[in-house]
Design a binder for this molecule. Sequence first.
Ligand code: HEC
Ligand code: HEC
Length: 304
Amino acid sequence: MSTFWSLWIIVLTVGSIIASWWLIWATGRMRNPDEADEETTGHEWDGIREYNNPMPRWWVNLFYLTIIFSVGYLILYPGLGNFAGVLGWTQEGQYEDEVAEFEERMEPLFSGFREMELTELAEDETALAHGRAVFGNFCATCHGSDARGARGFPNLRDAQWQWGSTPEDILHSIKHGREGVMPGWGDQLGDRGVTETAVYVQQLAGRSADPMLARAGQRHYQQLCASCHGPEGRGMVQLGAPDLTNNLWVYGSSFEAISNAIRNGLHGAMPGHEPIIGEDRSRLVAAYVLSMMEEVPESGNSED
Ligand code: HEC
Ligand code: HEC
């Protein structure tokens, strides 16, 4: 805050406090006892006249107390422009203290987990309970509370792993994030080409497909897609290009969804979580993800 605005706030705040004090003092003063009983506000209703008597003393004193409180508060805590208050209290400071205290309490627990492999953690009930809590807080918004994902957000329980399924791959995905980029091919392929290629992709996934269209699509595929998805469609973990043969889909299994992916391209981004949750919690949630894996996936790498 610049000095000007700081002074502005100080003048306004102190001014208001002084004005409140004066107002209470001026209106709360006892008037001459002789006339005090006689003066009315001029309001009359059904013969009842409203007297203009001063407020009771204890009531006025309460007002003074609130003013004294505010002055004390402004001396101790931040409130007057740039003045930080003599206690040096800040919101961030309180938050950091609480976080540090929490970390200190968790430290003995976490240091035990640090010695364990991810695969061991995935069998440890206590570790999994912590991993589940982290997942609920940081991952469920995108991957769903059951980790089954949604369109564009991968299912973490199925056999499809764009970026690899080893404990190290999963930990890497969590800590550093992942960004899948597939360019769109609509301009190059035209509507017919997109349809043919989509039909071929369905055939790759083992679904029934028109053989004529699929044959044409296969030519497009070898030319444009094989470099990333592999000549047999088995995907490539280095690029995050999914296996297209397993009939498991991140972006939807319908013909429209597949055509759309081919026409417009895709760009999924998983934010890196190490800066947010740190190393210990990344490992715990990775173990939790490992523990949920329902099928042991084959390596989806076209090179093997
Ligand atoms: C903002 C949404 C978002 C959040 C939050 C998020 N993810 Fe992701 N995650 C994604 C997206 C999108 C992808 C797919 C990236 C791509 O297209 O390549 C992904 C990919 C992954 C992958 C790789 C999947 C594969 O098939 O290889 C793992 C593992 C993963 N996330 C785990 C987690 C965990 C654990 C958390 C919580 C710590 C988390 N994600 C939080 C959106 C998110
Ligand atoms: C530059 C590498 C690259 C090329 C070339 C490429 N893709 Fe992809 N493809 C990807 C990546 C990476 C993803 C995952 C996108 C994401 O995570 O958001 C993907 C995703 C897809 C998906 C969605 C899969 C799902 O699980 O929902 C389909 C379908 C697909 N590609 C088909 C094709 C076809 C057909 C071609 C050729 C016309 C092609 N791709 C060319 C990299 C590529």
